[in-house]
Design a binder for this molecule. Structure first.
Ligand code: MLT
Length: 255
């Protein structure tokens, strides 16, 4: 298995993702929030590249079934009904709802990976499920880190490193790693004992704590605490169903 890691979105060539499996990591907080919303019963999450696009998509739809969620500068967006704290996406708030979703780094990157054969959403909260899927279905993995306003974010790199670690666990695992994957693994080795402390020391973690989101950091540091696997399908994020036919090689999704 070849594992390529991209620490920032502008390193990613979307066309080159064709036929590959892309894993999008935005620990603070987009990936964690999407996984939580879908595991709490949201029908789908519709990522948008901008706030304006979210408003256009929902137009007069926003209300009972369709809600707008996301952040700008870490805070809820004016006119939206829910922010970007995973703790806000509780079952009673999101069950059976479609969430039109706009954030700074995560939602545009989910869409940038739309040409990939499979696009998975990953964070610490679902990392073992992602690793199991990749072991079964991928031989060419592209890990895309959302970063922080286009810049390197340590929390995403550590999460990427943990994924490399889990994929290399089996004795017969044959991994080919690019330098960024090797560096990510080294960062994971340096921080795996206390992921919460690593998040609190990170730039974006300090920023979010300053806004009053300290509980989000503790939640986002949980490992395998929200076991669900979101996949992008038709520009929408939905939980993978166990009998998902797309995984059997050569069977088209619509069969
Ligand atoms: C993002 O997508 O940029 C982040 O998730 C932002 C955040 O939640 O603070």
């Amino acid at each position: 298995m070849r594992i390529q890691t991209h620490f920032t979105p502008h390193e990613v060539d979307e066309i080159a993702l064709r036929e590959k499996t892309a894993v999008v990591i935005d620990v603070l907080r987009a990936s964690t929030t999407v996984i939580t919303a879908l595991c709490n019963g949201a029908r789908e999450v519709i990522p948008t590249p901008t706030v304006a696009a979210a408003a256009k998509i929902t137009g007069h739809l926003a209300g009972d079934v369709t809600i707008r969620g996301g952040e700008q500068n870490g805070r809820i967006i004016e006119g939206f009904s829910i922010g970007n704290s995973p703790l806000e996406y509780a079952e009673e708030r999101v069950r059976d709802r479609s969430i039109v979703y706009s954030t700074t780094d995560g939602s545009p990157l989910f869409l940038k990976a739309k040409y990939a054969k499979h696009m998975l959403v990953c964070a610490f909260v679902n990392i073992s499920m992602v690793a199991e899927f990749l072991k079964k279905h991928a031989d060419d993995v592209e890990i895309l880190c959302a970063g922080n306003n286009g810049r390197f974010a340590i929390e995403d790199a550590v999460c990427a490193g943990m994924l490399v670690h889990l994929l290399g666990e089996e004795a017969d695992a044959q991994l080919t790693l690019c330098d960024a994957s090797i560096a990510a693994h080294a960062l994971y080795r340096a921080h795996y004992r206390n992921l919460h402390r690593m998040l609190r020391q990170s730039e974006h973690g300090r920023f979010l704590e300053g806004l009053g989101y300290a509980d989000d950091l503790r939640f986002c540091a949980g490992v395998d605490t929200v076991p669900g696997l979101p996949l992008l399908d038709d520009n929408m994020l939905r939980l993978r169903k166990d009998n998902d036919r797309r995984e059997s090689p050569g069977t088209p999704a619509s069969a």
